[in-house]
Structures are given as structure tokens and as C-alpha cells.
Design a protein around this ligand. Sequence first.
Ligand code: ATP
Length: 573
Amino acid sequence: MKVVFSYIKPYKWPALIAICLMLFELTVELTQPLIIAKIIDEGIVADDIETIWYWGLILVGLALLAFASGVVNSYFSSHAAQSFSYDLRNALFSKIQSFSMATYLRFPTSGLITRLTSDVQQVQTVFFMSLRIMLRAPLAAIGSLIMAFVVNSKMALFLMIGTPIVVLFLYVIVKKGVHLFATVQRRLDRVNRVLQENLQGIRLVKAYMRMDFEGNRFEEVAGDLKTDTMKALRVMELIMPVLLFVMNMSLLAALWFGAIDVRNGNAQVGELIAVVNYAMRMTGNFSMFAFIINAFSRAKASAERMAEVLIIEEGIEKHVTSEKVRPLTVGSIKFENVSFNYPNTDKKVLDNISFTVMEGEKLAIMGATGSGKSTLLNLLPRFYEPTSGAIYIHNQNINDMPLESLRAMVGFVPQQSMLFTGSIYENVRWGRQAAALNEVHYAASQAQIHQTIENFPNQYETRVGQKGVNLSGGQKQRLSIARALIREPQILILDDSTSALDVKTESAFWEALNDKQATMLVVTQKVRTAKGADKILLLDEGRVIAFGHHDELMNTSEQYKQIALSQGKEGEA
Ligand SMILES: Nc1ncnc2c1ncn2[C@@H]1O[C@H](COP(=O)(O)OP(=O)(O)OP(=O)(O)O)[C@@H](O)[C@H]1O
């Protein structure tokens, strides 16, 4: 909670101004019954028209001032609340950006999205409402009680009968509410997850005709959300009737004994009217409590969820600003007895891997699916750290290098091509913002996609991503490669990134990379591609079972030979 509310600090002045204005409004509201009592007792009952005018004008003047305060309060409240939520959302986003891969995997993506959207919204609403009405309701209730004491303490005493019951009751409800709303937010995470998967996999859903299945899956999670929200709201619904019952009983007692006092001449009618007026205000404000406690419990649950992310200090990477970082010298890349388990798993995905690739060499990494090829690549830019062993670049342990410099050296093309919403030009330049247009063209030419782009009606301005042109798998792959090439990387990592390219395009691509100085680590299933590499590393269940050039492995590794022969002419020729 504290972590989240520390983001209010920069807006304490607008918030304080809003609170002062709200207090002014409240004071005016609370003095109104007092003035009305004066008008009745000293004006109407005493038949004094001057007093009626005098206090009447004060009443109108104060009402106008309260109205103006309300307007200005709204301005400051929304300024403070919007700025607070803007900062909070940005802080959450930067925190998530700084997560190491291991930390990132601890949270489901949908849970992070809900935190950045719904949870921030809940807290922002409560903050805004606190400055406008939430704080005002309890203060107005207490203020009304105090004013009732000022008018007639005996009558006011009856209004206090229910106070201990109310306080205890509200305490229990808030405790229960926070717990129930935390569950509601978790349910919302699940709804978001199912929705996200469904929309991302819409083609599969259609192709497999799984609309009904998906519909049921969505109905189930949406149903759980509804059930748990209703459970929480049902508890909240108790607040109003209980509070009203207690307050009305107190009011009845005050009226009953107040009327006796008026009849006996121990109190004035105006006093009784004023106390009843204050009691009604108390009741009115108490009825706001249901809404306030509902919102507060929700916001508290949301704040706790956001704090879970904000307080993380382990598994954080320093902010990477690759544009300004000078890459280091590459030299050779050396893996020395590297083993690796994914966090919270026992399975050794990489087992005692050792090999060396010299500067400018191309290493092809082969192996059956699940043998650890992608994992090995992920260790080089330090997405994960080896469980044991070390990786060296130019004889320097990569753990001792500044992360920014290490990553500035790398051009990374993942297994699944990913493009961002925007133009083709923006997507390629995403790799290096400072790149000029001719550099974008050059990188695209090397990636064998320039001509294809030129043939699009809008060429480099063609929109891709959501609602943009849907590019083919191979075109997406080539754009991803162009995005990596534009970085002029010293280490180029291609994770099976040429799988969708036809034979001709692929060989043109490798030829275009011939004059590159980069050291390349290329995961491939194709012997044809591996043949062009300086070295081939063959993995089996996380272990190196062969390492060397194609010709060498054809003679020394039975497994490699089998793979080559299974790919027949294409592999061998
Ligand atoms: N985030 C993860 N958490 C736990 N285990 C993982 C994770 N990612 C991969 N693995 C496991 O690590 C092993 C190696 O996976 P990896 O993706 O490196 O294989 P690969 O050789 O690249 O496979 P493919 O050719 O199918 O892409 C697999 O058994 C996989 O189940």
C-alpha cells in the first residue's frame, strides 16, 4: 500500500488545496442547519423580518461560495488523481521493463496487463473520490454529530448510541472486502488471459472450429468473475441497511426525547429541527459509506497487487539504452562448462557445454527439438544466467560486462517473428532509431526483403501489425532479420530465423552476409545451412554430441551423418 501511495507525494499540494476546499464546502454545509435554526427561532418565531433577511442573505452567500469551492476542488482533484495514476502506470511499466527474464516469468502476462489497466484505475478512482466526496462523507458525519452537540448535547447523545456498533461492523466489512476484491482482480486476470489467447489464436480457433469450446472457456472464466464479484458485492450490500437501521433507531430516540424536552420547555423547536437536520445529514453520509467501502476495499486489493510488482528488487536489470552505449570488442565467444536450469525447475536443460567460436566465424547450432538450442542462445545476451560455468567474449566473462554494452553488440532474431504496430520503415528502424533511410534500405536488401517492400503500394510506409497488412511468415522473418542487421551487430543471433525462406532467397541471404564482420550463432535444422558454417555444434538433450566443420563431422559423428543423410541430396549436395 505504502509503495503505491508514495506516488501521491508529488501532488500533495493540489491534493491539499482540494482537501481545504472540500473542508470549506463541508463547513458551509454544516453551518446551514445552525443558520436555519436561527432564522426559525430568532426570525420566524420572534416575527423579526430583519433577522430573517440578514441570515437569509448569509445563507445564500455561503451557498454560492461553497459552489465555487466545489468547482475549483474538482479541478485540483482531477489534476492530482490523473497525474498520480499516470506516474504510477509509468512506474509499473518501467519496473516490468527492467525485469530479468526469470522475474518476468514469475507473473502471467495477463496479470501484468490487469495491474497496468484495471488496478491503476481502481486506485485512481478512489484517490479522486477521496478528494471530492470520500473523505467528506465521514467528516460530514462526524461534523454533523459535533454540531448536533453544539445545538443540544442531550438530544445529540441519542445519535451516538449506535456509533460503537457501526465502527465494529465497518471494520469487519473492510477486512472481508479487501480479501474478496483481491479474488475478483485475480478472476479478471484470468478473463484477460483467455481473451488474449483467443484473439491471438483466432485463426487456429476458426481452423479447428473450436468456437464453442472457446466460448465455453470464456463463459467459465467470465462466470467465475461474475460469481466472485457478486459475492464481494453481497457483503458490501449489507452496509447500507445495517447503517440505516442503526441511524434511524438513534434518530427516533433523539426525536422522541427531544419532543418531550420541547413540550416541557427545556429546548426550543429550532434546536430540535437542527438536531434532526444534522441526524439526517449523518444518515445521508453514512449511506455513502457502502459505496466508499466498496471502492476502498477494491483499491486496497489493487494497490497490494501493484506493490507486489513495485517492491521487487532482485532480478532487475539496469535500464538498457542501447543507442548511447559503445559496444565492446567481440573477439572470440567461449562457453566453458555451462549448465543451466530454468528457474524453479530441476531439469538440466544445458549440461556442461563447452566450445569456442572465433571472431567473425559462423556457428550453426543443430539438434532435435527441445535439445536446448534456443536456451543456449538466450544465455549470450544474458536473458538468463548460467546455473554453473561461464561465458566469455574476448576472454572477458560476460557477467562482468555492463549489460548495456553486451546487448549493444547483439543483433537478436527470435524464433517467432514479432513486428510492432507501425510502418515497415519504423519496424526496421526499431533496431536502431538513429538509422538513416538508406541504412534501412541496405539492411532490408541484405535481409532479401527490399524488393518485396518496394513492390508494395505504400512501400516502406506500409502499415504492419494490428489492422495493418498481414505479411507472410517469410516476409515477417526477413523484416525481423533486417531489424537485427541495422544494428550493425558484432554478434548476430538467428534462432531458426530462416526456416520460412525458400532455398534461393536463403542462399542469397547468406551470400549477402558474407562480407559482415559479425560472429554468427545460427540455430538451424537444415544441413544445407550448416554446411556454410565454420563450425557446427550438435546438441542432444542439453549436451554437446558433436562439434566441428561439416566435412569433419561427416567422418567423426554418426549422429550428424545420419541427419545429413536423412536430408538427402539437399543436405549433402
Ligand atoms: N521458460 C522455460 N521454463 C522451463 N523450461 C523451459 C522454458 N523454456 C524452455 N524450456 C525447456 O527447456 C528445454 C529446451 O528448450 P529450448 O527452447 O531451448 O529447445 P530448442 O532446442 O530450442 O527446441 P526447438 O527446436 O523446438 O525450438 C525444453 O525441454 C523446454 O521444455
